[in-house]
Ligand binder design. Structure first.
Ligand code: UD1
Ligand code: CA
Length: 452
């Protein structure tokens, strides 16, 4: 019986990115590149996906708490990375392995399954693509149509290998584990980089007359690798255009689509309306009939039908119900819950706070750790003082209350239903239902003697 598993090479530093972050954690539309690679493999390999990590391995592990990892302590090349994983995979009973570079964020399930289909029965197969500018990719060398091997860009010289056809190695391989185990010890590092190349397996397998296939995938952009900031932005633009195009086809209304960025995990229903420039990331859900105006950044939010997000809003981890109105210039932080028909206006910030049905906080307000009852009005400049420097405290306001402008609510505190708080109050004690609370110095008007 054969058991297929997948291995993602993700231990490299990514020197060309000039970043402290491991390359595979660089994001494309808000998601780490590695997440996109995993997502493409998951439908085929489910739990049988391993990742080789090394450079800042802890950071990568933390980003994927459910991942299965193999450590490559020193990053001595892609061949060395595979060799580190071999014993682990053998112990898992793996017989056939798909290896893919972790820096191919445009990979899709369809490309993986298409490749596996063509690789069936081969001892070693690898995907190739055609590029006008082969750049730093490994060159596929064929002589009279016969595959000879892969020569890395640094080691390629046209006198020996010819001008080249633009066919390059895409960094996706399918191999028998027995073959890998036999050939890996024979790979050397006598090359320009001083690294152990996985690509050297090709020539070694050919020497043994094994079934080796360079599977041509044409100009498929799904296999582009990302090594530099320019390549990252190029891949991101391809991903962005693909997603927006799919949304338009499905029936999402998009104004200025070239300026709309939607992450791969976000779900926008047909009949939602979005205006660019705008960014929607994470596991956001934008329902049919929701409207998102320009200059909004939305991450991990649910925006229900009939809700309207006006321009220049920043929303994260918020739930905005039917008919609610947000912005312009509002900030909803994690745990903000807007019930139906509630309003949040300009320069209002909510954190871990619920605004009841039809409640309003229209201007210049901070509501943190607060529960606001239905129909309550929060006046301009109201602030919940929820933090004493050590702990956070709750504010409760009942239904149909009225909080006058410029009120400070010193938590923990409860304002009853139907209560009225006078403008400029500092509320430190609970206010009973229906009561009027005023907590400010009474105004004195003092007569002045004006000379002359
Ligand atoms: C590699 C291929 C090249 C191919 C290109 C496709 C080799 C030697 N070359 O080149 O033929 O055209 O991909 O995109 O494989 N990694 C490790 N451990 C290491 C080194 C790298 O896990 O010691 C990982 C990296 O994190 C990366 C992947 O392997 O995800 C590829 O490494 P990278 O340095 O990007 O190889 P390329 O130069 O792009
Ligand atoms: Ca690469």
């Amino acid at each position: 019986m054969s058991t297929h598993m997948a291995l993602i090479l993700a231990a490299g530093k990514g020197t060309r990115m000039h970043s402290d972050k491991p390359k595979v954690l660089q994001t494309v539309l808000g998601e780490p590149m590695l997440a996109s690679v995993i997502a493409a493999l998951q439908p085929v390999f489910a739990g049988n996906i391993f990742m080789v990590v090394g450079h800042r391995a802890e950071m990568v592990r933390k980003a994927f708490p459910d991942g299965r990892f193999v450590l490559q302590e020193e990053q001595l090349g892609t061949g060395h990375a595979l060799a580190q994983a071999l014993p682990v995979l053998q112990a898992e009973g793996c017989t056939h392995l798909l290896v893919v570079n972790g820096d191919t964020p445009l990979l899709s399930e369809a490309v993986v399954t298409g490749f596996l289909e063509k690789a069936k029965g081969a001892d070693l197969a690898f995907a190739t693509i055609l590029l006008d500018e082969p750049g730093a990719y490994g060159r596929v060398v064929r002589r009279d149509g016969k595959l000879m091997g892969i020569v890395e860009a640094k080691d390629y010289d046209s006198k020996t290998f010819g001008a080249g056809t633009g066919e390059v190695n895409a960094g996706m391989y399918c191999l028998s584990l027995d073959v890998a185990a036999r050939l890996l010890p024979r790979i050397g590092n006598d090359n320009k980089s001083g690294e152990y190349y996985i690509t050297d397996l090709v020539a070694l397998a050919l020497e043994e007359d094994l079934d080796v296939r360079g599977i041509a995938c044409g100009r498929d952009e799904s296999l582009l690798g990302v090594n530099s900031p320019r390549e990252l932005s190029h891949a991101e633009e391809i991903a962005r255009a693909r997603i927006v195009d799919a949304l338009l086809s499905s029936g999402v209304i998009i104004h200025a689509p070239e300026l709309v960025r939607v992450g791969p995990l976000a779900h926008v229903e047909p009949g939602a309306e979005i205006t660019g420039p705008c960014e929607i990331y994470g596991r956001s859900e934008i329902r049919r009939g929701a409207q998102i105006a320009s200059h909004c950044v939305i991450r991990d939010c649910v925006i229900e039908g009939g809700a309207e997000i006006r321009s220049f809003c920043h929303l994260e981890g918020a739930h905005v119900s039917q008919g609610a109105l947000v912005g312009p210039f509002a900030r909803l932080r994690p745990g903000a819950e807007l019930e139906a028909d509630s309003h949040v206006g300009n320069f209002v910030e909510l954190k871990k706070s619920r605004l009841g049905r039809g409640a309003k906080a229209n201007h210049l307000t901070y509501l943190g750790d607060a529960q606001i009852g239905a129909g309550t009005n929060i006046g301009a400049g109201t602030i919940t003082c929820n933090y004493d420097g050590k702990h956070k405290f709750q504010t409760h306001i009942g239904e149909k209350a009225f909080i006058g402008s410029n009120t400070a609510l010193v938590a923990p505190v409860t304002v009853g239903a139907g209560a009225l708080v006078g403008a400029g109050s500092v509320i430190t004690r609970d206010v009973p239902d229906e009561a009027l609370a005023i907590a400010r110095e009474r105004q004195k008007n003092i007569e002045r003697k004006i000379k002359g």
